[in-house]
Design a protein. Sequence first.
Length: 271
Amino acid sequence: MSIDVSGIKQGQRMMWTAGDYPDLARTIATVGELVAERAQAGAGERLLDVATGSGNVAIPAALAGADVTGLDLTPKLLEVARERSAEAGVKIEFVEGDAEDLPFDDRSFDRVTSCFGVMFAPRHDVAAAELVRVAKPGARIVIAAWTPEGLNGRMFQTVGSYMPPPPPELKPPVMWGTEDHLRGLFAESGAELAFERHMVVYEHESPEAWFEYNERVLGPTIMAKAALEPQGKWEALRAELIGLYEDANEADNGTMRVRAEYLLAVVQLPA
């Protein structure tokens, strides 16, 4: 593959450093708790959380008694994760690293998780193979990813339609939110896969205010604005995204209540 994955990853590091993703991550904290629960995190289990962000899975897993390591590409997010884990009173090892090149020995972990994280690795097959490599025989891998047809999947697709197309070798991150794609990624492992579909509910004062909040805190939105505003394309995208939230809005009192679908996959490796 002739793509510059190092350049892509540097861009991702910049993207998730921009704004204040940990503040937004608070709105999806319950997903991290569910991932830790489905992973059966508990005493005696060694758990690796890949692309841990601000610790939404790592902290509840540690609170459940697991021996947790959290890995992320972005130092800024790891700083917040360390602060949050200290506030929660749990000891977690946080490591800066790459989901496509995990700095751990083969068969190191009883549980491997990723919540809206590994889906952004450029090469899906490489990242999936790494999750399997560091997992012990009989280990459980649990992944949460936005579905393409869900609200956030459509948001990413809308933003992407205004940006230069990625290399054809790269598949969209939301492919991790499709069952067939995950079956293909883990086919060689011999794993049994089970799937659940869930919703995250976002509530805010209005769709436009929600978008303005995302303009301040969400890295992909911030980077898109920086790229498109000088080209005079930002206002069109802004209007389209606000329209997306307005169409999805279930509130009838002037506020906003929208639901974003995600796929939760439990990958059970053979013993």
